[in-house]
Structure formats: C-alpha cells, structure tokens
Design a protein around this ligand. Structure first.
Ligand code: BV8
Ligand code: ZN
Length: 256
C-alpha cells in the first residue's frame, strides 16, 4: 500500500486530526455493515423497517430481538488492526478526535478514549419514559438467531418499555456529541473518513465542514462512495491494511 509522502508530511505538521469511522472499520472484526452488498444487514431488513421509532412502536419484539442479536455479535467480536491503529495514531499527533457512527464498543475495547458516538451505543439501552439506563444481562440466555423476536425488558424504575440506546432514523443526534463533532471537524488539519458510505446525514456532512475549513481529507474505503472527487487522498483498500501502514510510516519519520 503506497502512502504519499505529502500525507505523512501533513500528519507531521498537523495539530489536530479527526477520524470519522463507520461500519466498515468493524467489518474486519466480522461485524456486518449496513450497505455493503451481500453482507449488509439491510439486505435482510430495510432501515425503515427496523431502525426507526415507528418500527419499535409497531414491532417492539422484532426490533429488540434484532438489536440483541447484533449486541451478541458485538460481544463476540474483537477489535481489529484498524481500531488499534487509531489508538496508535492518537500518540503521533498532538490532538486526535475520534467520531464514530458505530454503535459497537470496539474502539473503546481497542483502547480509544473519549469516543464521540453520534448514533448512540448498542450496549446502553434506556427507558423510553424515564430514560434511566437499563443494565443488560452479561449474555443473552437464549441468544436469538438473527431476526428472532425478543420482548424488550421493562424499566426497573418505572415499569415502562426499555429501548435500544441508539439514534434511529428520524431522531436527532445527541446534542453534546454532535456539537463536539462539528467543532472538531471545523478546526482539524487532517480529516479521515474510514469505512463509511457517507450516506447518512448529518454525519456525512462533517468531511465537507473540514474541507471548507482547509483540512486535508483522507478516505479509506475499498468501495467508491462519491467522495472520491472531494477528498485529498483516496485509499481504495481495507482500513485494517491502510491505517496501520500510515501509522508505521508516521512513526518511522517521528523516530527518524
Ligand atoms: C436526523 C444507529 C433529523 C441505529 C444509525 C433524505 C436525504 C438526506 C437525509 C435524509 C433523507 N431522509 C432522511 C434523512 C435523514 C436520515 C438519513 O440520513 N437517511 C439516509 C438513509 C439518507 N438521518 C437521520 O434520520 C438522522 N437524524 O436527520 O434527524 C432531525 C433533525 C431535527 C429534529 C428531529 C430530527 C439519524 C441518523 C442515524 C441513524 N442511525 N445507526 C443502528 O445502528 O441500527 S445509521 C447507521 O448507518 C449506522 O450508524 C451506520 O454507521 C450508519 C452509516 O452507515 P455506515 O457506517 O457508512 O455503514 P455502511 O454499511 O453504509 O458503509 C460501510 C462502508 O464501509 C461501505 O462503504 C464499505 O465499502 C466500507 N467497508 C467495508 N469493509 C471495509 C470498509 N471500509 C474500510 N475497511 C473495510 N474493511
Ligand atoms: Zn423508566
């Protein structure tokens, strides 16, 4: 994988880098992505069917069962070299903001801290009424195969229905996280778009905020996303290959 010297130079001179990750950074951990053909979760279920408040109101057990199945997949997955390279990259630039669209905790389990989760976290469900966090059992007693229904639990505080701790389509992003992400994008020198199809808004607008503020933009994605003509550097390859190589090159000049 050839990494242009100019990108390494930009990273050496950078004060602040942003990494925006999507489902593709967890693909090499075995987690299904949303839109990659043949494996995409949406091949079996359409987003509007399951990842919306309406779907949960209409079919709470189907939606809760789907999220519990996905949570099981996350618990069985391990962080991959791409997650670990983001941890390493943070030690090689003065400031790094990690913004993720993912609801898994693989960045945290790789060692990243202060991860900005734009779309919530699958391991942090809460009560629909009183919004108290709901503590999940360590493992699901009878793991639901994909798509099997499971009744959502009731809140131990008020008895109302517990919902997945994610941001559904049509729901606003958490204000604090979205504000942090916008600020990071507007003041960074290098912006990485890793493993995202850049379809979902408003997350997909962040790279344009960074470009508008004069940052260098880097896309890491084996498939085209339509961002190719906008970004400064395009790596049509897996994150688990590209990110560790960028870290290796940057470390070499740092130590050089
Ligand atoms: C909001 C949590 C409004 C749940 C998710 C029409 C036009 C424009 C926008 C809209 C529209 N209609 C509706 C909207 C808004 C809507 C939206 O963007 N819809 C899309 C479908 C067009 N957005 C919203 O509703 C957002 N809220 O706008 O609120 C509002 C405002 C004020 C007041 C009230 C309301 C909320 C969006 C959040 C939705 N929740 N997730 C869950 O996980 O179930 S989104 C979901 O998609 C995940 O978070 C996922 O991360 C995200 C984005 O997908 P990607 O991460 O990019 O994953 P994808 O599979 O698409 O791509 C993976 C990529 O990886 C691929 O490109 C592949 O090539 C690549 N890859 C594969 N392997 C590798 C790899 N890359 C590197 N290495 C590899 N090895
Ligand atoms: Zn409650």
């Amino acid at each position: 994988m050839h990494i242009p010297d100019e990108l390494i130079d930009s990273l050496r001179a950078a004060r602040h880098a942003v990494v925006l990750s999507g489902a593709g950074i967890s693909a090499e951990s075995g987690l299904a992505t949303f839109r990659t053909p043949q494996t995409g979760l949406w091949e079996r279920f359409r987003p509007e069917e399951l990842a919306t408040p309406g779907a949960f109101r209409r079919a709470p057990a189907l939606v809760w069962g789907w999220y519990e199945w996905r949570r099981m997949q996350v618990m069985r997955a391990e962080p991959n070299p791409a997650h670990r390279a983001v941890v390493d990259l943070r030690t090689l630039v003065p400031e790094l903001s990690l913004v993720t669209q993912n609801v898994d905790d693989l960045h945290e389990r790789a060692g990243s801290q202060h991860v900005i989760h734009l779309h919530g976290r699958i391991g942090q469900p809460f009560c629909e009424a009183c919004r108290q966090p709901h503590v999940l059992p360590a493992a699901i007693p009878d793991e639901p195969e994909n798509g099997r229904s499971l009744e959502p639990p009731s809140c131990v505080h008020c008895g109302a229905c517990v919902r997945p701790g994610v941001v559904w389509f049509g729901e606003s992003l958490p204000t604090l996280e979205w504000g942090k992400a916008q600020r990071a994008a507007s003041r960074c020198d290098v912006f990485f778009c890793v493993g995202t199809s850049s379809v979902v808004q408003p997350a997909a607008s962040l790279v344009h905020v960074a470009l508008g503020a004069g940052a260098v933009a880097v896309q890491v994605n084996p498939n085209p996303t339509g961002l190719e003509s906008h970004v400064t550097y395009e790596f049509p390859a897996a994150a688990g290959v590209v990110l560790p190589e960028i870290v290796r090159r940057l470390r070499a000049v740092r130590l050089g």
